[in-house]
Design a protein around this ligand. Sequence first.
Ligand code: C5P
Length: 227
Amino acid sequence: MEYTVMMPAAGSGTRMGAGHNKLFLELEGKPILARTLAVFQQDPWCTGIILAVKETERTTIETIIQQEQITKINALPEGGTERQHSVKACLAAHQTGGIVLVHDAARPFIKQDVIHELVMSASRHGGAVAGVKVKDTMKYVKDGIVEETADRERLWIIQTPQAFRYEILEESSRKAEDESFLGTDEAMLAEHAGYEVRIVESTYDNIKMTTPEDLAYGGYLLKKRLE
Ligand code: C5P
């Protein structure tokens, strides 16, 4: 099966505190961005990569793409102020339909078998997201007081990739824009538009590099994989 991946890479990564885009931080000698791009470059099902970038970082990103011999890049649209806007810019740059995946450039540890399950599920059902079951007890808290304990059996931690038939993501994104609805992931936009979204069980190590601790854990994960 085939798919195109849309990768928002236009964030500022303030929680990482690097003073620049966290995607340029290195994991075992290569930028995080290069590590994530390589996963899709190496996946035979992936036919194209669309990367949303900040205008000021375009040259640096083009250099990484060249150095790492990432040949599947279809477009480098300019990202927006919110992640959702960066994804919208990717959608506008890709109008050929088929199955599209949205994947955070900051998640370099995604496994190919999970990607393929997502593509198959989206092709069959319309939309599917990667997730893992919650391990801890979860509670709703307001003003420092526990309101209620959530039913852990029904709670999942949602990651990317998030896979959709192109028309579904495009319509969901357009509806969200029209209604000024801001979601924290693409599935939320599809849910808002009335579409069913399936879960594909992923792995706990598909972490998003967000804070400095993630960098330390990411370095450990990568070393283990390269051994
Ligand atoms: O900030 P966070 O880690 O949640 O961002 C997830 C992904 O979305 C990152 O790869 C980041 O570069 C991207 N992003 C973007 N445009 C924004 C905000 C985030 O492309 N305005």
